[in-house]
Write a protein that binds this ligand. Structure first.
Ligand SMILES: Cc1cc2nc3c(=O)[nH]c(=O)nc-3n(C[C@H](O)[C@H](O)[C@H](O)COP(=O)(O)OP(=O)(O)OC[C@H]3O[C@@H](n4cnc5c(N)ncnc54)[C@H](O)[C@@H]3O)c2cc1C
Length: 415
């Protein structure tokens, strides 16, 4: 049965939800407060990476976060704040930083990421999308033995989970990346990973959805949501009142604010990250994460992107130049012939990752509101999990059996 569905948020999660909902025959409207040209879904590193099987909340991360609080150029920064939501999130995050959680989360992350890769490929093939998409794997480049040992262990774990991954020596790195000087003592090489150019896919998807009857209300902010008898009855934007049979909350880092209007307590913090682009020829051919610096390097269509930092400091888009410099300096440490220019650094942009306390997304129907489906909190992996999340949302709303078991992603889960 065709339903009227409003999707709040037109990032990768909202667009992919709209894509599968529209394919099922539903009438879809996307409402977004922005012009759909910036934010996390545009500045990300473009990895579709099942290799990221370890969630952000892993053993030792909280300790590192506390140590790095006093380092203005560290890759992870948690700004201490006397804010009840932040304190609850920190408590839950700390509880999730354990080996047992990682063991449980890894296969689930693998499953949704692998499904997502397949769905990206299906979309590209069936809709004739020309957006850049490549399968060259991903290096975890290491400069210290400690990190190399950790990354090789991770590659082993990934292999045990059926993902293609192995350790490579500097000689093998040179064979795979012959035209670039790389300063690393070795790497884990995740052949299972793919990469893309985010704005190309986003733009093509928006055009496709528009051509297929999806309505877009852009520069329109959802300000209030009315609920009666456990059902959303109306959505108030700064321009109009809207109503629908089903609502999808895919508002990224803002989802927690909106969930409060429904009496829900979605624990979520914004994790700011930056990107620097260079259009100069870097000759970089294989994507890489500079392991010690936690900086991502992606050869995109016509430019190379350097992305990194996770700044848990509330919802804002302030650019911290010290952290931008840290990303640029890391690039030169690993690629000694590369120096990003002042102009490239001045053009840095940022986006907010929606970070749940256990590093896993919220995908599912909340028991407190019958016509609400939540799809948010994908943290560092929203690009990788976008298509699969969209499919799952559509299956839920269409009352179909979901392609994956969603228990681990339930929005009402306890921390
Ligand atoms: C630097 C960086 C690098 C990254 N690299 C990768 C990577 O390589 N691979 C990967 O998988 N992930 C990566 N990520 C993470 C990924 O980008 C995010 O997880 C993903 O983009 C989140 O998508 P989303 O649709 O949930 O949120 P968003 O893209 O933030 O979209 C949410 C939308 O909701 C809208 N909205 C919010 N509130 C309202 C409201 N009240 N009314 C109307 N509209 C509203 C916003 O305007 C926004 O457009 C990276 C992120 C960053 C910042």
């Amino acid at each position: 049965m065709s339903k009227k569905v409003i999707v709040i948020g037109g990032g990768i999660i909202g667009l992919c939800s709209a894509y599968y909902l529209q394919k099922e025959g539903h009438q879809v409207t996307i409402v977004d407060q922005s012009n759909l040209d910036s934010g996390a879904s545009y500045v990300n590193a473009g990895y579709l990476s099942p290799s990221h099987i370890i969630p952000l909340s892993a053993p030792g991360v909280m300790k590192k976060g506390i140590k790095w609080m006093f380092n203005s150029s560290s890759p992870l920064y948690i700004k201490p704040r006397l804010d009840i939501d932040f304190l609850k999130w920190t408590w839950a995050f700390n509880k999730s930083c354990n080996a047992n959680h990682v063991k449980k989360a890894a296969p689930v992350i693998r499953d949704i990421s692998v499904l997502s890769q397949k769905l990206y490929e299906d979309i590209k093939a069936s809709e004739d999308f020309t957006a850049h998409y490549e399968k060259k794997g991903l290096f975890m480049l290491c400069q210290t033995q400690k990190l190399l040992d950790e990354e090789l262990k991770l590659a082993e774990m990934a292999s045990e989970l059926g993902l293609k991954a192995r350790g490579v020596t500097p000689k093998e790195i040179k064979e795979l990346e012959p035209n670039v000087e790389i300063n690393a003592i070795g790497a884990a090489y995740f052949e299972c990973d793919h990469h893309s150019t985010p704005h190309e896919f986003m733009t093509e998807m928006i055009t496709h959805l528009t051509n297929n009857g999806v309505t877009f209300y852009t520069n329109e902010k959802v300000e209030d949501i009315t609920i009666s008898n456990q059902k959303i009855t109306s959505i108030k934007t700064n321009k109009q009142n809207l109503a629908a049979d089903e609502i999808v909350l895919a508002a990224g880092s803002w989802s927690s604010l909106l969930s409060k209007k429904l009496g829900l307590k979605l624990l979520l913090q914004a994790g700011k990250g930056y990107r620097i682009n260079t259009e100069r020829h870097t000759n970089i051919n294989v994507p890489a994460i500079l392991a010690e610096a936690k900086t991502a390097v992606t050869p995109m269509n016509g430019f190379t992107r350097f992305a990194g930092t996770m700044e848990i400091a509330g919802i804002n888009h302030n650019i911290n130049k010290v952290r931008v410099d840290a990303i640029a300096n890391a690039a030169t440490r690993y690629y000694p012939n590369l120096k990003l220019t002042q102009e490239e650094k001045d053009n840095a942009a940022c986006g907010l990752r929606p970070v749940s306390p256990d590093g896993l997304p919220y995908i599912g129907k909340s028991s407190k509101c019958k016509n609400l489906t939540i799809a948010a909190g994908h943290a560092m992996m929203g690009w990788s999990m976008g298509t699969a999340t969209g499919l799952l949302v559509s299956e839920l709303i269409s009352n179909k059996k979901t392609s994956l078991n969603l228990d681990t992603f339930h929005p009402d889960r306890k921390f």
